[in-house]
Ligand binder design. Sequence first.
Ligand code: 5GP
Length: 126
Amino acid sequence: GPMSYAYDDQNIFAKILRGEIPNRTVLETEHCLAFHDIAPQAPVHVLVIPKGPYVNADHFGAEASAGELADFQRTIARVAAETGVAESAGGEGYRLIANSGVNGVQEVPHYHVHMLGGRGLGRMLA
Ligand code: 5GP
């Protein structure tokens, strides 16, 4: 219900973290895993997830340690550089998306940020 963060440890990303389902890892850190989306919506479509049992961005932001929070954002930067989408790496940029809840149409209830790049993505916001 409202104000609770019930984590389902049978979700697909929990299974990936436990090694029960294979993944194409881009990089792994102490607190995070970055891997290719199974149904890529762009030439680069990487998912970055914390290893901890967080449902969404507000859960992660409220309860993760400073180390986990820092590692997450640093991992995004490293993936952007290593996949070549970062402008600092000579790329043409990318987009981050984090779906949450019913309105966000989140399908997997383990916090993840989509990194999309390698093509023009169009404008989403007015
Ligand atoms: P959401 O809609 O929750 O933001 O996005 C979930 C994403 O997880 C989707 O883009 C979907 O393609 C991806 N996905 C679902 N199952 C798997 C899986 O087993 N492996 C990988 N690598 N990605 C998955």
